[in-house]
Design a binder for this molecule. Structure first.
Ligand code: PBG
Length: 327
């Protein structure tokens, strides 16, 4: 057989395959979400997210030691407060759960990079990401609250803030508040193309943040739209975002690719709780190999163009890189 092109020539050995890879990964690009809960001596398993726990501040060392030994050096904090009210006031208190976690981490684990989620949904008694006027989320009334949350995180030592609320104008409001507070050097990672997704289900159980009535369709994006995701990212950059995010990841690889092509900024992708739970459940049943599915999914996100990945599997991915299985 006279075949001019034989692509298998470059697939013959692991070394050759590695040499011609188009996608390279680094553990530096991984961020791990951590749920912190008010109280002491708490390490509570999250039913919907096998292998993840809600930790009180004094127990954070358990997970931090695991992360560092796997080579993961960046965490994204989500807080679970002691109490909730209509204005989510526990979200911006000086002694709130996130400031406490930040101070502990800065002091005990300075090698970990501290990012915080900025939103109201885990702190409001109605579970919406903003302040309500009647049964509607009031966009403009919410902005000062988000700015206050971001500023309280900055004061407690956050090294990056990540607004996930999806109010219009929130990046600009947060940027202004940070600049005025003396934090002009603090970067914002905006949840820019955040879709209204069924894949957040396990997270809402983890953070106890499901809306008590209605849904998030009036503020999170409609998943029929791709170009809107690009517009959202461009607008957030104009308002002062440093990194733009696409969320979820796997069902939105097209959006990751488009945003990467059309927006001149680093793009992060958030592989959300439902993506994690699906792999866990299928692996538990023996339907797929967990480690292989995790590594293949992670590579696909970087192949689509993302330069940062937020993942509940970050330690497994870092280990896969360290062992030369991917990257
Ligand atoms: C808060 C927030 C959510 C997630 C990140 N920040 C939940 C939501 O918007 O309902 C989801 C993360 C995940 O599912 O892993 N607004």
């Amino acid at each position: 057989m006279e075949l001019h092109h034989r692509p298998r020539r470059l697939r013959g050995t692991a070394g050759l395959r590695r040499m011609v890879r188009e996608t390279r990964l680094s553990p530096e690009a991984l961020i791990y979400p951590v749920f912190v809960k008010t109280g002491t001596n708490i390490q509570e398993p999250i039913r919907s997210m096998e292998g993840h726990y809600r930790y009180s501040v004094d127990r954070l060392g358990v997970i931090f030691d695991e992360l560092l030994s796997a080579g993961v050096t960046k965490v994204l904090f989500f807080g679970i407060p002691a109490g909730k009210d209509a204005e989510g006031s526990a979200a911006y208190q000086r002694e709130g759960i996130i400031p406490m976690a930040l101070r502990y981490t800065a002091q005990r684990y300075p090698e970990l990079f501290r990012i915080t989620d900025v939103c109201l949904c885990a702190y409001t008694n109605h579970g919406h990401c903003g302040i309500l006027a009647g049964d509607q989320v009031d966009n403009d009334a919410t902005l000062p609250y988000l700015a206050k949350i971001a500023r309280s995180h900055a004061q407690a030592g956050a090294q990056m803030v990540a607004p996930s609320d999806m109010m219009d104008g929130r990046v600009g409001a947060i940027r202004t508040a940070l600049d005025e507070g003396g934090y002009s050097g603090l970067p914002i990672m905006a949840y820019s193309a955040k879709y209204c997704s069924a894949f957040y289900g396990p997270f809402r159980e983890a953070a106890d943040s499901a809306p008590t009535s209605g849904d998030r369709k009036t503020y999170q994006m409609d998943y029929h739209n791709q170009q809107e995701g690009v517009r959202a990212a461009l607008r957030d950059i104009k308002e002062g975002a440093d990194i733009v995010m696409v969320k979820p990841a796997l069902p939105y690889l097209d959006v990751i690719q488009k945003v990467t092509e059309q927006v001149d900024a680093p793009v992060a992708a958030y592989s959300v709780s439902g993506e994690y739970a699906m792999i866990k459940a299928a692996a538990r049943e023996g339907f797929i190999n967990e480690e292989e599915a995790v590594l293949e999914s992670a590579v696909s996100v970087f192949r689509a163009g993302a330069s940062v990945l937020i993942s509940y599997f970050a330690p497994e991915i870092a280990q896969g890189i360290a062992q030369g299985r991917i990257g």
